[in-house]
Design a protein around this ligand. Sequence first.
Ligand SMILES: [Zn+2]
Length: 324
Amino acid sequence: MKNYPWHKKLMEKLLRSRETLPHALILKGRDGTGKLDFANRLAQSLLCESPHESGEACDACQACSWFANGLHPDFRKIEPEIDTSDSGKKSSRITIDLIRSLSAFTNMTTHRNGYRIILIHPADAMNLPAANALLKTLEEPPGKTLFILVTSRPNQLLPTMVSRCHALAMPFPKPAEGEAWLRENGITNPASFLAEAGHAPLAALQLASEDSSLKNRFLDEIGSSSLDPISVAETFHKTELSLILRWLQKWCHDLSSFAFSGKIRYFPDFSDRIRTVSTRMDRIGLARFQRKLCEAQRMSTHPVNARLFIEEMMLTYRALMDSQ
Ligand SMILES: [Zn+2]
């Protein structure tokens, strides 16, 4: 796994001070920008036994091979775990048991005489007891141990915990840099994907790999003055509902953003249609509809009659266009 260009400087800076790193780092930044990859790469580089001159991992030594296979004895990754007691559902929380399980690890001497590294991702998934347990460890940090907490919601962390860590705002690529990176990764029209992903390059890459012809067809429909709710429901009821809701949420964001500021964030390729539809929209009704979409997005995994649901959404949406 390589370093992303927008992370290079920060990586070099941290690796230059590898002997004097704080005992806990918080890597905070937006989703889809590669924070977790950075954290993994940093950990691997600190554990590598023959790093390059830059300090980066060699990808060839025994430690690097262990790390790549998830077997390095001085590295632990803490993530929300499968909750087997509750029908195998994935729990979205990091519980106190997971944090307690670290004490045996931090009390041992390290196997390779170097760093002992604990990566917690996403750190905001720790519930309160877990966060308090970690806080105790951070108050009396074990020697030569580095905690790396990764989060896109730093305001969800306990302030007492944040005060015991060194927080780093993760760098974010400039649009041209993000576009260049996407082009290197085989994306021929990076600007539109980058815009749709809110300028988060990894999220843009993910979007580019999704079926964009289906999305464009949907946007064509909802941007049309002759929108037919029944036919839209017929065409899209087998598409994942959360995907449709996401397209519709972004579309409505663009409609209202265009109405208020003339700006289009997610779908610049559809700017003509957005402009036309936006002028026909009831703004207050649109705001209300956007709130409904948020609520629906939260429950979109629940079983619903998708066809009926999409039809109703489209009827509400069409009524907003006609009310001007
Ligand atoms: Zn190595």
